[in-house]
Write a protein that binds this ligand. Structure first.
Ligand SMILES: NC(=O)C1=CN([C@@H]2O[C@H](COP(=O)(O)OP(=O)(O)OC[C@H]3O[C@@H](n4cnc5c(N)ncnc54)[C@H](OP(=O)(O)O)[C@@H]3O)[C@@H](O)[C@H]2O)C=CC1
Ligand SMILES: Nc1c(N[C@@H]2O[C@H](COP(=O)(O)O)[C@@H](O)[C@H]2O)[nH]c(=O)[nH]c1=O
Length: 378
């Protein structure tokens, strides 16, 4: 079930508010930051907001730059990204700017909400997608991916929507702008509400000063559990693939990268093949060797490896699949099953699952994992 890449975007006051309670939308971004938002909008396939934001802000959600729109057309894309709103009630004003500006529009709603939207004439301006008695975010994202061809989705709030997507571990990236003003009104809407978020720290990708605001970009870090894949799983596996590029070249062994990550998203160790002058060390072996064997985080940790852990080794007593099990790790995420290049029918995945560990393969990263090994694959 592939989903679009989900990017949450918001601007907040120093005291964490998205808006004040006045009738006008509070401008938190600076002019140059609004232009950056425009650039991000121009880069995505679709922009999503909650019905609350339509009611509060009456937004247009356009790509304002004519050059950016022209570039989209030149690239064979629609002039404007698809605009999507989410509502359970279907109680939306058919005269709102959202329905009458930009390109294609979509209302994702419940069965009841769809009936109400049809009665108010929203169906004249937008495709209405009923998604059952209640709206399920995974079903919605699947629909956007499979039926609407959305690969990158920008979510522009409000707080209710952002909170749900982060809590449900569906957000791939956060763009958060901190604006130098204070709202101070407890009735004003906040960005993230209470809930059981990932416990550890997110990873900071970037900070950027834009006039008087600061943009920060984060990615979630907490691995999934068992076969449930989170955005963080994809980020960590991508890192493992990048680490594979650091391996000293070899004509007789694969170049592999590995990362070991605790359940709260803390990186415990990383490694790559043939690191630190050891001509035969494997990536998972190198990473695990950097962690104390009695580290209590190992049983709930995940090992990410660009290549399936090895099942047989001539150069060491134990293959990596056995080292992982011996370390107590019960979850492994890989990009690429081992080909027969050096060992016929290598089945590290089988070794792991036979002992009850979970082995998840994300084939969308296979090409990245293979990249530093092209010379071995003929
Ligand atoms: N500073 C910034 O960057 C931004 C600020 N804002 C501000 O945020 C405020 C609005 O935020 P908020 O009130 O949280 O509203 P939201 O925009 O998050 O919309 C909430 C509404 O979305 C629908 N909805 C949410 N979850 C679901 C679900 N699971 N299933 C079906 N429908 C769902 C419901 O619509 P319904 O009631 O129709 O069922 C709900 O009332 C405004 O003041 C706005 O100015 C907004 C965006 C960005
Ligand atoms: N206030 C605020 C944002 N608000 C977002 O911008 C939307 C309005 O877009 P438009 O109709 O195109 O002007 C609004 O509905 C909400 O999603 N965004 C930001 O980056 N920074 C800000 O300070």
């Amino acid at each position: 079930m592939p989903y679009p890449y989900v990017l949450l975007s918001a601007a907040v006051s120093l005291d964490g508010y998205l808006d004040d309670t006045g009738p006008e939308r509070l401008l938190l971004s600076s002019p140059a930051d609004f232009d950056r938002v425009d650039e991000v909008r121009a880069s995505v396939d679709a922009i999503l907001i909650g019905a609350g934001t339509i009611r509060a802000d009456n937004p247009r959600l356009l790509v304002n730059s004519a050059e950016r729109r022209a570039a989209r057309i030149a690239a064979g894309r629609p002039e404007y990204p698809l605009k999507i709103t989410v509502s359970a009630s279907g109680d939306l004003d058919p005269t709102a700017n959202f329905w009458h500006t930009g390109g294609q529009k979509l209302l994702c709603t419940t069965d009841q909400g769809a009936e109400r939207a049809a009665r108010s004439g929203i169906t004249d301006h937008a495709d209405v997608v009923p998604l059952g008695a209640e709206l399920d975010w995974r079903r919605l994202l699947e629909h956007l991916h499979d039926v609407r061809g959305v690969r990158r989705l920008m979510v522009e709030g409000g707080g209710t929507i952002h909170t749900q997507l982060l809590l449900e571990e569906l957000a791939d990236e956060l763009h958060l702008v901190l604006a130098p003003l204070l709202v101070g009104d407890p009735k004003a809407p906040r960005l993230f509400g209470p809930g059981a978020y990932q416990t550890g720290r997110l990873r900071l990708l970037e900070t950027r000063r834009i006039e008087d605001v600061v943009l920060t970009r984060y990615v979630p870090t907490a691995p999934g559990t068992a076969g449930r894949v989170t955005p963080a799983d994809r980020h960590w596996l991508a890192l493992a693939c990048d680490l594979a590029a650091l391996c000293p070249p070899s004509d007789t062994a694969f170049s592999v990268g590995a990362v070991v990550v605790a359940a709260d998203g803390t990186e415990l160790a990383r490694g790559h093949s043939r690191e630190a002058g050891d001509p035969v060390v494997h990536a998972e072996e190198a990473a695990l060797a950097k962690i104390a064997p009695d580290d209590p985080r190992l049983p709930s940790a995940t090992v990410y490896s660009s290549l399936e852990p090895c099942a047989h080794r001539a150069s060491r007593p134990l293959p990596c699949a056995r080292l992982i099990l011996a370390a107590g790790v019960r979850r492994v995420v890989t990009a690429w099953r081992e080909p027969d290049t050096f060992v016929p029918s290598a089945d590290g995945t089988g070794t792991l699952t036979a002992e009850g560990a979970d082995a998840v393969v994300l084939p969308e990263y296979e090409e990245r994992a293979k990249a530093p090994n092209g010379h071995l694959l003929g």
